[in-house]
Design a protein around this ligand. Structure first.
Ligand SMILES: NC(=O)c1ccc[n+]([C@@H]2O[C@H](COP(=O)([O-])OP(=O)(O)OC[C@H]3O[C@@H](n4cnc5c(N)ncnc54)[C@H](OP(=O)(O)O)[C@@H]3O)[C@@H](O)[C@H]2O)c1
Length: 303
């Protein structure tokens, strides 16, 4: 299939990473725009992106991107996407795609009313900055939405980026994105909670605690990857070590009581994994459940 000429409205982390990688894979990126457009003094995000691409113009406004490119990515913050879709005059048959993880195609309704073909292309990856975004794209999964005519092009792009793709149906997006938040953002939160506990013992800085816990985290991720659920589960719940768990809860109640509720909730959610792994009996599972629930009920009564 002939590769379409691309335009990017929004030249932040995702816009830049996708434009650079797609350009490396033979897609022509002909125009980019950003909120700050262009500047004589400090280069704007659109100017920086255009400078990194061959023969790409910095458009003075979003309309110029739509006039120059047959296939336009809107890579602005999510809240801005409907506004851009409404402001720009799209032409019939033009492709308009957003990269939001939480929003579906309805935020492009105004582009669709102008007979544009709309789609979504969400990289299931964390893009904290451009360097790591570019590095992390290969191997990522892209969640696609759209009519069959645009889906084929989006699948080709995902494959060109050395990624995998899945096609989502209307209504799937919010739960899909909640899953991404749980595994990516809340993992960061768990790291913060775990390192905060190190303030209660030893003389380590937060950085030292992070460095000490990171190999454990990486080992766990490697086990998930290589061994899979549920057999990658280790620790006191997998072994049915009730005494250890009682000690944890007691110590947390004394030193870090705000962590007790999340400890017992995640503990409860871990019991079915331990059971499926087959290292604990139904009786062990019941005792573990009572331990986690018992502590919760007591605390709830105290509140
Ligand atoms: N970051 C992630 O981890 C991640 C992962 C997957 C998907 N996404 C999705 O990717 C999209 C972009 O996110 P991001 O993290 O790349 O955002 P970002 O780094 O904040 O970049 C947003 C870009 O949009 C531009 N912009 C803002 N308002 C504009 C307007 N009215 N017209 C034209 N350009 C405008 C900004 O211009 P200035 O530079 O001039 O401010 C900036 O270049 C979002 O839909 C997000 O949900 C993000």
């Amino acid at each position: 299939m002939k590769k379409p000429e691309l335009g990017f409205i929004g030249a932040g982390t995702v816009g830049t990473a996708l434009a650079v990688k797609l350009s490396e894979k033979g897609y022509k990126v002909v125009a980019v725009s950003s909120r700050r457009g262009s500047s004589q003094t400090t280069p704007t995000s659109a100017q920086k992106l255009a400078a990194a691409l061959p023969n790409c113009q910095v458009a003075s406004n979003n309309q110029d991107v739509a006039n120059s490119a047959e296939f336009v990515f809107i890579t602005t913050p999510d809240d801005v996407i409907p506004q851009v879709a409404a402001e720009v005059k799209w032409h019939s048959g033009q492709s308009v795609v957003h990269c939001s993880g939480a929003d579906s195609l309805d935020i492009l309704n105004l582009a669709k009313e102008s007979q544009a073909v709309v789609g979504a292309f969400h990289p299931l990856q964390t893009f904290a900055n451009v360097t790591y975004a570019i590095k992390n794209i290969p191997g990522s999964t892209f969640a696609l939405e759209g009519e069959s005519s645009i889906l084929e092009t989006l699948k080709e792009m995902a494959e060109a980026l050395e990624g995998h793709w899945i096609v989502l149906h209307p209504g799937d997006k919010v739960l899909y994105h909640a899953s991404a938040v749980i595994i990516s953002n809340y993992l960061v939160t768990l790291m913060k909670l775990a390192t905060d506990l190190w303030k209660e013992f030893g003389n380590t800085t937060a950085e030292e605690a992070t460095q000490a816990l990171l190999p454990l985290l990486k080992g766990t991720i490697s086990n998930i990857d290589n061994i899979g659920l549920p057999n990658c589960l280790t620790g006191p719940i997998a072994r049915g070590d009730l005494g250890t768990i009682k000690k944890h809860i007691q110590a947390l109640e004394e030193k870090s009581p705000t962590l007790v509720s999340i400890y017992r909730e995640l503990g409860l959610r871990t019991i079915p994994l331990a059971l499926s792994k087959g290292k604990i009996s139904e009786e062990d599972a019941e005792e573990l459940k009572n331990l986690f629930l018992g502590e919760r009920d007591e605390n709830d009564v105290k509140r």
